[in-house]
Design a protein around this ligand. Structure first.
Ligand code: HPA
Length: 255
């Protein structure tokens, strides 16, 4: 079963045959919305709107732990996450799609782990994104950018140009507010996690135009058809069994 987390402007997937909507509660509280359980082709899939279908939950208020826990409860082994980001790297332009391979966490006030004690665990996070799913998605569409570092900020405010200059120096290629702790929580539960990052704007100071929430959502919507197609092709092409090392992250940490 594959989970899909829709970001701003992505609330449904074409060809998604809805079977049921499931409202869950978890030991960590309520997920963002009902999980929409169904099928894409002959593959089981579950969709969740990260900000809720009304887009009423800001990035710093998303209950990331509940969302990821809920997916696992439903039997999901792989998660495809769609995230709106601002472009920092020169060749990352609005409308582009990037499949990041690294992430830097600049968030500061989020419930970011399932390992809150008494059990002490340090998961291996050297490969934050599933290599098997990255390879599969890159083989479907050769216009998407292969790799880049996602710098995740706390939000909800956008960054200053000085902060973006700092993130660039630190190695950030794109900036968003929802990449963490989603990616590491998935890893803690040994789920494969892929990020499809949609560049919705130039980050602050990269271009002089002021950014609005409407622009983010409108650019996301304009890329939505491509993203949806990418997701349905990816799900159809993924091997049934996982052959990546994501499921071993805990074993590695213990060793
Ligand atoms: N900064 C932070 N988060 C974002 C941006 C941005 O420029 N664009 C979309 N999400």
């Amino acid at each position: 079963m594959v989970g899909i987390i829709g970001g701003s402007g992505l609330y449904e997937i074409p060809g998604f045959e809805v079977v049921e909507k499931v409202k869950l509660n978890t030991p960590y509280g309520a997920p963002s919305d009902e999980y929409v359980v169904g099928k894409i082709g002959d593959r089981g899939a579950v969709f969740l709107a990260r900000h809720s279908r009304e887009h009423s939950i800001p990035p710093h208020k998303v209950n990331y732990r509940a969302n990821i826990w809920g997916f696992r409860t439903l039997g999901v082994k792989r998660i495809i996450a769609v995230n709106a980001v601002g472009g920092i790297r020169d060749d990352f332009c609005p409308g582009d799609i990037v499949i990041p391979n690294q992430i830097i966490d600049f968030t500061k006030n989020r419930q970011h782990t399932f390992y809150d004690g008494p059990e002490v665990y340090h998961i291996d996070f050297s490969e934050p994104y599933c290599p098997e799913m990255r390879k599969a998605v890159l083989s479907i569409d050769n216009t998407v950018h292969d790799g880049g570092t996602y710098a995740c900020t706390e939000g909800p405010r956008l960054e200053t140009p000085a902060e973006i200059a700092f993130l660039k120096l630190a190695g950030g290629d794109m900036v968003g507010m929802t990449g963490m702790p989603e990616a590491s929580l998935a890893k803690e539960l040994t789920l494969c996690y892929l990020c499809i990052a949609v560049i919705t704007n130039y980050a602050a100071g990269i271009s002089t135009t002021r950014l609005t929430t409407t622009e983010v959502i409108e650019t996301m919507k304009a890329s939505t058809e491509r993203v949806k197609l990418l997701i349905s092709e990816l799900i159809k092409n993924l091997p049934e069994e996982r052959s990546c090392s994501c499921k071993d992250s805990l074993k590695d940490a213990r060793a």
